[in-house]
Design a protein around this ligand. Structure first.
Ligand SMILES: *Cc1c(COP(=O)(O)O)cnc(C)c1O
Length: 397
């Protein structure tokens, strides 16, 4: 997945353009910048790549999720349904706005289980956040239908699935608002950065103003701009956008390499009858950023994961025993360890986490191994790796 593996002249040229010119900020300084608008250029390029009307760049993927929710009016008193398997950014972004995250089970897509979503809807539910984990996607048809029936927003976190699609539509562009991260390990990187995408003018205007202190961005005198509503600073810098601009041009090349490497490893592992793969919904095309497979049970998965590490098969994760992506290891959330007081409403709204079981999610995550697909491997390296992985797995099944 990581775009940082393939870095070169194109990135250097774009960054030097900004340095030579000296305007590191994306807004204002029109006279000084000699026509250099890297953030605007990157937004235009992302509109094309993600086939969407509007793109607002922000400072991170986490910021993108917060800005998307804020743009759609999600806040205190609202519940947002999100998956048990995701990145911590999902509940961070919801809680930053004073809303309550409602975590529900995933299914064999490794994304939201539509049945679990439906069961969690209450009068307070405002949005459903689908997280397209590890290069693939949830059952978008079912999730969209639920949101339409119950009049809920669909927020799509496509941070880990840049370049994937569903029925020909780029992931991220299917929900009311989509979120991307361009942090250092994502398929394309800005160093740090993110984007909110939407087809709705209103959400875009909100995202544009909210991510820059509520500035209306009318005219070219920042001091004279009005603030139609409160905002914050989630701006990206021109230096970061410059890196992204070079990287987005290479996205088709990156996806092609990922697909080639993914396919070699998948074919090798599919020779083993005990190995199964995550379900990709009909009409879905993965981004091939990760290969995810299931082993027969937790013990086998733990043994294989350990043996992978011992034999130098790096970048494979058993998220059941890893702190990054799964509720099981998020004690700081369950016990609400906050530096500052949290509202009574959210505290009460999160009490369910102390007792709720995620046995269905456990079933999948306990048996799942998720392997990053790198861009820098040679074909020989991929084949060698695939064989080694197959050999190791066969020892334990
Ligand atoms: C990386 C990631 C984010 C957050 O992105 P940052 O740019 O690191 O803040 C959010 N959601 C998912 C699923 C991610 O993988």
């Amino acid at each position: 997945m990581p775009g940082f593996e393939l870095f070169g002249e194109l990135e250097r040229k774009e960054v030097n353009d900004v340095l030579d010119n000296g305007v590191l900020m994306r807004y204002g300084f029109d006279g000084m910048r000699n026509g250099h608008w890297k953030s605007k250029e990157l937004e235009a390029a992302l509109c094309q790549s993600f086939e969407t009307n509007h793109v607002q760049l922000v400072s991170s993927g986490t910021a993108a999720v917060s800005v998307a929710l804020a743009a759609a009016g999600v806040g205190a008193g609202d519940e947002v349904i999100m998956p048990s398997f995701t990145f911590v950014a999902s509940f961070e972004a919801i809680m930053m706005l004073g809303a309550t995250p409602i975590l529900v089970d995933i299914d064999d897509t490794l994304a939201l289980d539509p049945k679990a979503v439906e069961a969690a809807i209450t009068s307070k539910t405002k949005a459903v956040m689908v997280v397209q984990m590890c290069g693939s996607m949830g059952d978008m048809k079912a999730l969209k239908a639920i949101c339409e029936t119950h009049n809920l927003l669909l927020i799509e976190d496509a941070c880990q699935a840049i370049g994937g699609s569903y029925n020909g539509q780029p992931l991220g562009s299917i929900g009311d608002l989509g979120c991307f991260s361009f942090d250092f390990v994502k398929t394309i990187t800005c160093g740090e950065g993110g984007a909110v995408i939407t087809n709705k003018q209103k959400y875009y205007t909100h995202a544009d103003h909210y991510s820059d202190h509520g500035h209306d961005h009318v005219g070219n005198d920042r001091g004279a701009e009005t603030h139609p509503f409160l905002g914050y600073n989630f701006r990206i810098s021109e230096l970061h956008a410059a890196v992204g601009l070079a990287q987005i041009k290479r996205l088709p090349e990156f996806i092609e390499i990922q697909k080639k490497n993914f396919t070699i490893i998948r074919e090798a592992l599919s020779q083993i009858p005990e190995v199964t793969f995550r379900t990709v919904p009909e009409g879905g095309e993965e981004s091939y950023a990760f290969l995810n497979f299931f082993l027969p049970d937790l013990e086998v998965a733990q043994n294989v994961s350990k043996a992978f590490k011992e034999h130098g098969v790096d970048a494979c994760f058993h998220y059941y025993d890893n702190n990054w992506h799964y509720i099981r290891k998020w004690e700081h959330l369950t016990n609400l360890k906050s530096l500052f007081p949290i509202s009574e409403e959210v505290k009460k709204g999160l009490e369910y986490l102390k007792t709720k079981e995620f046995s269905q999610s456990d079933q999948y995550i306990a048996r799942n191994i998720s392997c990053l697909i790198k861009l820098s491997w040679t074909e020989d390296e991929v084949r060698e790796r695939a064989n080694k992985m197959a050999e190791i797995i066969k020892e334990f099944v």
